[in-house]
Design a protein around this ligand. Structure first.
Ligand code: 3HC
Length: 332
């Protein structure tokens, strides 16, 4: 039986070789048994780095993802729609918070992650670099973007790193509501006037392919997948999830009465899945390099919001230290 060191004492000046070996053995055992790794467990540096990368990118996506929809809060077509949209955008902020907190348990700081985001060093989801010129885009984001997010994120509830998996459970419940409200916006438009139906279709035409690209590059071009899957962080490959999403979308599009903009989309009896057309991966890589339609605007807004919020952070820190000093006085 392997003894459990419990902590990465190698980083704290213990017997590094002994503890690394025992820690690695325990880690391998937990992964093989499909159990959870917790922040106090020893973990290989590469596992920690992979998680910090994925979880912080995910957190940034949630925060940047508030912008395209925030664009419509003041122009929502009714008070009810406005209230729903505000709640949804607020949910995304909460998701960012859970995920930044999960990343912090891996030893990175919130300040570091925020610096990486606003300096343009960190990645966030490609999908949020597209504009939202019409109200129907609120429907498409909910149906397609949140729908893709659910497909991708439900398996992450079983991610081997405890704080990440647990954060994902709550996030997925909320994403499920987001997806339905988007579907309902589109359904409402599709049952409306000719102009409303055209607006819905035009929006779906713009969001469909970028939503499919959210799952990441094709498996053959995905450098991180093999390791992440071996470590039970990712449970399915990018292409497997993309296929699952397409198969899910087709019957939903029929209910809505929208056409998915892909002439190659057809049922493949042999595979038991829908075939779909090649995606424009050059566009995807351009967006990742910061050259998408809205990259500059998204980052600039985030930077400004961060600077404008400096006084809030200072006030919160001052209040926290005042409370800590008071607690210390009471305890002594
Ligand atoms: N946008 C931006 N970058 C992407 C991307 C995308 N859609 N897909 C892949 N990439 C990046 C990867 O981050 C990686 O870059 P890096 O090595 O510099 O970090 C590179 O492209 C190669 O891709 P891989 O497939 O090798 O990377 P991963 O194994 O990490 O898989 C992923 C990518 C599927 C996005 C995975 O990281 C993941 O599942 N992340 C968690 C979910 C997430 O972050 N979703 C973002 C959307 S959040 C959201 O939808 C909010 C909701 O409110 C709508």
């Amino acid at each position: 039986m392997v003894t459990t060191p419990g902590r990465d004492t190698s980083a704290r000046g213990g017997d590094a070789a002994l503890y690394d070996e025992a820690g690695q053995a325990r880690f391998d055992e937990l992964i093989a048994e499909d159990k959870r790794i917790e922040p106090t467990d020893w973990m290989p540096d590469d596992y920690r780095k992979t998680l910090v990368r994925q979880v912080s990118q995910h957190a940034h996506s949630e925060i940047i993802g508030m912008q395209p929809e925030g664009n419509w809060i003041t122009r929502a077509p009714s008070l009810k729609r406005k209230a729903i949209l505000m709640a949804k955008v607020q949910d995304e902020a909460g998701h960012g918070l859970y995920l930044y907190s999960a990343a912090q348990t891996l030893g990175t700081t919130r300040e570091q992650m925020m610096d990486d985001l606003i300096s343009g060093k960190a990645k966030y989801s490609s999908i949020f670099n597209y504009p939202t010129p019409t109200w129907a885009d609120m429907g498409s984001i909910g149906w397609l973007v949140d729908g893709a997010a659910i497909c991708n994120q439900v398996p992450l509830c079983r991610a081997s790193y405890g704080p990440y998996g647990r954060a994902m459970v709550r996030i997925c419940k909320e994403e499920s509501f987001h997806q339905r409200q988007g579907f309902e916006i589109l359904l409402h438009l599709m049952r409306g006037t000719q102009e409303q139906r055209e607006m819905a279709q035009e929006s779906v035409n713009r969001w469909y392919a970028p939503a499919l690209m959210m799952f990441g590059p094709p498996d053959a071009d995905s450098p991180n997948s093999a390791k992440s899957m071996a470590w039970n962080i990712k449970r399915f490959s990018n292409d497997e999830l993309r296929q699952r999403f397409v198969d899910m979308l087709v019957p939903q599009a029929e209910v809505l009465g929208v056409t998915l903009p892909d002439p190659d989309l057809k049922w493949n009896e042999e595979r038991g899945h829908y075939d779909y057309g090649e995606l424009d991966w050059d566009e995807f890589h351009e967006v990742l390099k910061g050259r998408g339609p809205m990259n500059a605007v998204r980052l600039e807004r985030r930077r400004t919001a961060h600077e404008d919020g400096a006084w809030v952070r200072e006030a919160a820190a001052a209040y926290a230290s005042k409370m800590a000093a008071r607690d210390e006085r009471i305890a002594s």
